[in-house]
Structures are given as structure tokens and as C-alpha cells.
Design a protein around this ligand. Structure first.
Ligand code: AMP
Ligand code: MG
Length: 352
């Protein structure tokens, strides 16, 4: 398949491009588009055949449900039932934006889109291109991250091209994703609001609007925990993973940088290639391997935005071993660590 690639200017598409992209979606095709979180791979979420194409292009397990993206709040009522007040409250505060809400689904949503579940995940994205496209194509766009399943999520059109060129109809290039981490997912389909995936809308932000919120057990997991079954099916898969073996070192800056330097030196002497994920504050401590700066510790947003790009950069040069510092903290730090730990297969090393 020939994949059409179009570029947006200043977060808007020309009328012609918008129509072409929307027509593809209306006819059951696949269009990758930018959102403020990561790039999404869109298809008509109410058309089971179109949803199935997403799973094929990504190589995604069929029990991993898709998020339906909408362009206006009223569309939530069309695809969800038994909607609690909390959903409207959260939507009013955080939509458009990086929050996904899980609700009981209506008949109109095919189980092909929800991975066989009776619930549906819904998000109204902030990105203008995304919203224009969703609106122009009829309104209910299933869009998981536009990567090959298991690889780090795409935060630029180049990442999407690497994974999906030749497999989908169109890629819209809208520059770098501003947030760089997937949306926060909150489940409102059962009695206690539960965070299934942490993101830039944090637990305390949610609690300020609807009161007590819990984390699904796997969210705070720091080791393999074989017996934990996540409520978001997608969270159980090996995910975000680079090709190289990734280890995260945790402890004081001095001890972590020394431990990473020692390990990197040893591996390089043994003829291995090594990459190091450093921060602006620590980069000058490292002496060996290929050092890439993920962002600045004084600006957590920059670390979230840099994470997937750094992992993919190391894939591009096929390093065999990657070492990263740990990112502690509540809120956004938790979301960053959640992705990093999964990418590392929970290979966390505490240095005393
Ligand atoms: P992605 O769109 O690639 O960021 O992945 C979507 C995430 O949302 C996956 O982890 C899914 O398992 C999760 N998800 C989507 N729909 C549901 C649902 N109805 N119930 C629980 N988790 C869901
Ligand atoms: Mg994904």
C-alpha cells in the first residue's frame, strides 16, 4: 500500500487535506494523526471492519481495546450508557485534553473496538488537527498509539513512518507531540473511580474534581508481580520497549552515575554497545557510551516529552545495553516511571 504523507502548518490542515483524510476514515481506512499526547492511528470506531484493520497494522493483540476519540462532549452520550455525574464533571474540567474516561458502552459500539469488553474508553483530544479530523469524519475515531505494538509510542511523524509506512492509508505530520505520554485513563464504569494508566492529568487533579480516586494495583507496581491482572488489558503487554536491554538505576545521583559508569565501562571493554539516558543536570557525570539527554530534572514535562524519542533513538543505532536514571516523585513522575519500568521489563537496580 502507498501511504500518503501530508504536513500540517501551525496545527491546521488545509481544507483539501482535511477532506482527503476524513474521506479515508469514512470509507473504513486508516489515518495516523498527531494529538497532544502521542500520534494516534485512527479508524472509524463504529465500523468493526475498520477497527480490525488497526489491530492488523499495529500487530496489536485483539483483546487490547481501543480508545474512541470524539470532538464534542455530547458525543459521549451517543456511545456510553449509565453515565455517572463524575464523568460530566471530569469532562468539563479536563476536556479537551489528555484524559480517557471508561464507561459502560452502548450497543452502537462494536466489540471489535472494545476488545470484547462491555465498556468503552472515550477521549476528547486537545490537538486542533485531531479534533478537526474527528469532526470532519463523522465523530467516533478509534485511535491507539500509531506504533507497532510493543515498540515505544510515536511522538513524531518520523516514528510513525518507521513503523507503519506501507501499512496504512495516510500519515499526517504535525510536528512533535507536546506531552509525549499517553493519556491518563480513569475507569468510571464501577463504583470506585480507578486510574488504570497514569498520565499528565494526575490523581490529585482528578480528586480535586470528584473526590477520592484509587489506582489500579498495577499502576504503582515496581517489579514483575506475575499475579497482578491489570484492568486495562493493554497494560499487561510488554510495552514501550527498546531493542536493547534497559536497566534503571535508583539511588543518590552520585551513586547512580558511578554505578552506571562502572557497568558501561565493563560492557564497552567486553565489546558491547552502550547507551545512557541522562538529564541536563547529570550528563556531564557520564564518561562512557552514547549519552542522550531525555530532558531536565527541573522541568518534569520535558522528561515526559523526551522519553519515547530517546528510546527510539537508541533503537536507530541498535545499542545493546541502555542505562537510565530513575525518575521519582508523585504525579507526573509516577507516569514517567510507569512507562520506563514497563520498557525495562521492571529491571530496576537499587544502588546503596
Ligand atoms: P493506546 O491507545 O495504545 O494508548 O492504548 C489504550 C489503552 O486503553 C490500553 O491500555 C487499553 O487496554 C486501555 N483501554 C481501552 N479501552 C478500555 C476499556 N474499555 N477498559 C479498560 N481499558 C481500556
Ligand atoms: Mg499504545
Amino acid at each position: 500500500m502507498n501511504t500518503i504523507i501530508i504536513k500540517s502548518k501551525d496545527d491546521v490542515l488545509s481544507e483539501e487535506d482535511l477532506k482527503e483524510a476524513a474521506d479515508i476514515l469514512k470509507c473504513g481506512g486508516l489515518v495516523a494523526f498527531p494529538t497532544e499526547t502521542v500520534y494516534g492511528l485512527g479508524a472509524d470506531g463504529l465500523n468493526p471492519k475498520a477497527s480490525i484493520k488497526i489491530y492488523e497494522a499495529k500487530g496489536r493483540p485483539s483483546d487490547n481495546p481501543l480508545i474512541i476519540h470524539i470532538a464534542s462532549l455530547s458525543q459521549m452520550d451517543v456511545i456510553a450508557r449509565d453515565i455517572p455525574d463524575e464523568a460530566y464533571k471530569l469532562a468539563r474540567v479536563f476536556w479537551p485534553g489528555p484524559l480517557t474516561i471508561i464507561l459502560n458502552k452502548k450497543e452502537i459500539v462494536p466489540t471489535e473496538t472494545t476488545g470484547g469488553l462491555d465498556t468503552v474508553a472515550i477521549r476528547l483530544p486537545a490537538s486542533k488537527i485531531a479534533r478537526d479530523l474527528i469532526e470532519a469524519s463523522g465523530g467516533y475515531i478509534a485511535a491507539p498509539s500509531a506504533n507497532t505494538s510493543g515498540r515505544p509510542s510515536p511522538t513524531s511523524a518520523r516514528h510513525v513512518i518507521e513503523d507503519l509506512s506501507g501499512k496504512i492509508d495516510m500519515i499526517i505530520d504535525g510536528g512533535k507531540s507536546t506531552l509525549g505520554l499517553e493519556s491518563t485513563i480513569i475507569d468510571l464504569s464501577s463504583s470506585i473511580p480507578t486510574i488504570l494508566r497514569p498520565g499528565s492529568i494526575t490523581k490529585s487533579m482528578l480528586e480535586n474534581v470528584i473526590g477520592q480516586v484509587e489506582y489500579d494495583g498495577v499502576v504503582l507496581q515496581r517489579d514483575m508481580g506475575e499475579d497482578m491482572v491489570p484492568k486495562a488489558p493493554g497494560m499487561k503487554y510488554r510495552h514501550y520497549a527498546p531493542e536493547g536491554s534497559l536497566a534503571i538505576y535508583e539511588g543518590s545521583t552520585e551513586k547512580v552515575t558511578k554505578a552506571i559508569n562502572d557497568k558501561a565501562k565493563e560492557l564497552i571493554n567486553a565489546g558491547k554497545s552502550v547507551g545512557i539516558i541522562a538529564t541536563e543536570e547529570t550528563k556531564h557525570f557520564y564518561k562512557y557510551g552514547i549519552i542522550k539527554v531525555i530532558g531536565s530534572r527541573s522541568d518534569e514535562d520535558s522528561i515526559a516529552a523526551g522519553l519515547y524519542g530517546v528510546l527510539r533513538d537508541f533503537d536507530d543505532i541498535h545499542v545493546e545495553y541502555i542505562f537510565s536514571e530513575s525518575f521519582e516523585g508523585d504525579d507526573l513522575g509516577q507516569a514517567i516511571m510507569n512507562r520506563l519500568l514497563k520498557a525495562a521489563g521492571y529491571n530496576l537496580i537499587l544502588v546503596e
